[in-house]
Structure formats: C-alpha cells, structure tokens
Design a protein around this ligand. Structure first.
Ligand SMILES: CC(C)(COP(=O)(O)OP(=O)(O)OC[C@H]1O[C@@H](n2cnc3c(N)ncnc32)[C@H](O)[C@@H]1OP(=O)(O)O)[C@@H](O)C(=O)NCCC(=O)NCCS
Length: 376
C-alpha cells in the first residue's frame, strides 16, 4: 500500500458524505447557520431539525415536545440497577450502562427503518436526562424528580438534576449549550456510531459505542478536565506561569486546540459572552479572569484557540452542576447528531472497513514449540 494514502489520525481524510452538518466555513446544521439557531431557536427545534431533516412547524414541535415529556420515564428495574452500581463509578460510565439497559426495554430495538430509528432516538433524547439526573440524585441521597411539562428540555435538565426552578437566564444558557453540542459531522464519537451502524448493528449499540468514544479527554471528556485546569491555576496571576510550565512539560491543555478549527472554534466564541453574563449574575468573575488570561497566554505561546469545551465547563459551573455531569450533558445533546448519522449511514450503507499499513516484523519461519528458546 502506498504511503501517500496514510494520514495519521485520519486527519483531513473525507471518510464519507453527510447532509447533516457542514463545518467548512461557517458551522451549519442542515443548511442553517448555528449562530442563527443559537440566537433564535430552542434545542427542541434543533433536535427535530437533526432527526427529521427540517425545522418543525408549530404543530410538529408541540407534538415532539409532548412525546419527549411522555417518554422521559425509564423502567424501574433500570433505576434500581443504577442504584446498585458502586458509588465511586463515574456518571459517564453509568450513563453508558444505562443506555445499554434501555435497549432491552425498547419495543423497536430491531427495527432499523428510519421511522423506527427516529422514534427510538426521540425516546433516548427524553430518557437520557432521566438517567443522568437519577444516578446523580441517588449518589447524593436525594429523591428523584419527575419532568415538568411546562419546562423546556433545557429547563427540565436543570430541574431534574438540581431540583431548583431554573431562572430564565440559566435555562437559556443551557439551551444554547445544548444547541452547540448537538452535531459536528465526523468527530470521533459520531464516526464510531457510523462504523457500528455500517455493520448493520442496531442504534443502541452505535450510541453506546459513541458514549465510550465521547468519554475520552481528547473528545467530550475535555469539558470536565477544563474545570480541573481552572481550579488548578487558581488565579489570573498564576495563569501565565502555569501555562508555560504545562507547555514545557508537553502537557495538553484541555479546552484548547481542535483537529479541524485551527483558527478558532466558532462555538466557543458564541458561548463566551454567555459565560461572562452568568458570571456577572453570580457577582464572581474570578473564573472569567483566569480563563481570559489563559486564553491570551496559550494563544501567544502556542497559537492555539479555545474549543467549545473551554466555555462550556464554566457555563455548567455557573449553572451549579457537578463536574462529573459535564460530559453526560454533552451526551444529552449529541444523541441527536449521533442518531441522525446512524439513520443517514443505514440509508446509504457501505461497511466501513479501512486498511492499515503493516509495520511489524518481517516474514519469518514458524518455530515449533519445542524448539523455541526462552525469549527472556
Ligand atoms: C483536540 C486535539 C486532540 C486535536 O489534536 P490534533 O489535531 O491531533 O492536533 P495535534 O496534537 O497534532 O496538535 C498540533 C500541535 O499543537 C499542540 N497542541 C494541540 N492541542 C494542544 C493543547 N490542548 N495543549 C497543548 N498543546 C496542544 C500539539 O502538542 C502539537 O504541538 P507540536 O506541533 O509542538 O507537537 C488537541 O488539540 C487536544 O488534545 N486538545 C485538548 C483536548 C480538548 O480540548 N479536546 C476537545 C476537542 S473539541
């Protein structure tokens, strides 16, 4: 095989076609600029757009919201099982298990038609917040809560987790973060979902594999590590020294850099003023100041701009959410993009099976067991 065909990490490789999102130039979901969606629509509208291909009419949206509300409950036996998982197990691991368990109760598990996949994805969208919040509240010894029909998806997510009535600004901040996390073409977890789907496996298996892929700190897991960075740095005065030290040790600074956006992640730009606004509300802009200094120094030293996980971590912190839930919140949103890709892949499928370049030992004769020397 020619060396020219090898691109480490598949950088720059076009590995398939998609009509779901485009990140070249401006980020767009099914043709709509994400800036417009973040400014004017709700996450429910965006979820519908991704799953069904178009923005909903008022009637379609109302139906979709009703289904989401009615599908949020999960089987008691799943909750009981989650309550028996050792408390030290992280929320992302438990969510992966919970989604796998949901598959055993889904009436359409083996129906991979687009309509069934849309229905399954809608149920997952409704049930993932229930799983996240249930496990969190069990761990805290708090009673589980029911969704409230008068609240939006974002509002319910906050309500179910914190048990507090979300303020309008908190609800909107969560909504925008969900919109921005919803879809991003062939990122690692989405590509994972497409690879699983390409074998004609089921949607739940694709989503479970995608959750495992998202968990890694180079992908979705970065948003949890970002808060650790901010806490470790501790003050703006310390930021400069901390960055130089981290770079000297060849440490990757979480929340910076991107495989595709080398000049900056437009989603991070959109979320930053919302973080500043939330910080103003809390009358504590310490994290904003640390973040600002870190951004400046990382740009000066390494020419690296922040990615979406950089402001998201602060945003979730201001909303009073535990760090362990940041990546699960990414799942609560990205389930829409994953499911859209699963449907797209299965409608025009070809097994995804690339090749590798062999770099192991040269050809060698087989040595019978009795003639092998001790390799030590
Ligand atoms: C996202 C990420 C995996 C992209 O990686 P990539 O496209 O493979 O980029 P590379 O690792 O080739 O990086 C190119 C250079 O920038 C450096 N770099 C990239 N991201 C960095 C970071 N966050 N901190 C410090 N250096 C970084 C690399 O070390 C490399 O430097 P070098 O040329 O001196 O060796 C990478 O930027 C990263 O690890 N970021 C932190 C994790 C994160 O925030 N993930 C969320 C992504 S949305």
């Amino acid at each position: 095989m020619s060396n020219e065909l090898y691109f480490p990490g598949l950088e720059g490789v076009i590995a398939g076609e998609t009509a779901i999102s485009n990140i070249t130039g401006e980020l767009r979901y099914r043709g709509y600029a994400v800036n417009d969606l973040a400014a004017q629509s709700t996450f429910e509208e965006v979820a519908y757009l991704l799953l069904f291909g178009d923005l909903p009419t008022e009637e379609a949206l109302a139906d979709f919201e009703t289904i989401l509300g009615e599908s949020a409950a999960v089987d008691e036996s799943i909750l009981e099982f989650l309550s028996n998982i050792p408390l030290h197990v992280g929320s992302m691991d438990v969510l992966r298990t919970g989604i796998s368990a949901l598959s055993h109760f889904d009436p359409q598990l083996h129906d991979e038609s687009p309509a069934a996949s849309q229905a399954k994805a809608t149920r997952l969208l409704a049930q993932i917040p229930t799983l996240i919040a249930a496990r969190h509240r069990m761990r805290q010894g708090l009673p589980l809560l029911d969704v409230r029909p008068e609240l939006s998806f974002a509002g319910n997510l906050l309500w179910l987790i914190t048990g507090r009535e979300p303020t309008a600004s908190h609800e909107r901040a969560m909504d925008v973060s969900l919109i921005l996390y919803a879809e991003h073409e062939f990122n690692a977890s989405t590509f994972t979902a497409r690879v699983v789907t390409s074998t004609q496996s089921d949607l739940f298996s694709a989503v479970v594999a995608a959750v495992g892929s998202l968990k890694g700190p180079l992908h979705g897991g970065a948003n949890e590590r970002v808060l650790e960075v901010l806490n470790e740095v501790g003050s703006s005065e310390n930021a400069e020294r901390w960055v130089r030290d981290a770079l000297a040790k060849k440490r990757k600074i979480m929340g910076f850099g991107h495989r595709v956006y080398k000049d900056g992640d437009p989603r991070a730009v959109l979320l930053k003023p919302i973080c500043a606004e939330l910080a103003r509300e809390t009358q504590d802009d310490r994290l904003e100041q640390i973040a600002e200094t870190l951004e400046r120094v990382v740009r000066e030293e390494k020419k690296l701009p922040p990615n979406l996980d950089w402001p998201s971590a602060r945003l979730y912190h201001y909303l009073g959410i535990d760090v362990d839930l940041y990546t699960p919140l990414f799942v609560a949103s990205r389930i829409t993009g994953w499911a859209a890709h699963v449907i797209e892949q299965s409608q025009n499928n070809r097994l995804i099976r690339p090749r590798s370049r062999y770099i192991g030992p040269a050809e060698r004769p087989y040595v019978p067991l009795a003639e092998r020397g001790d390799p030590r």
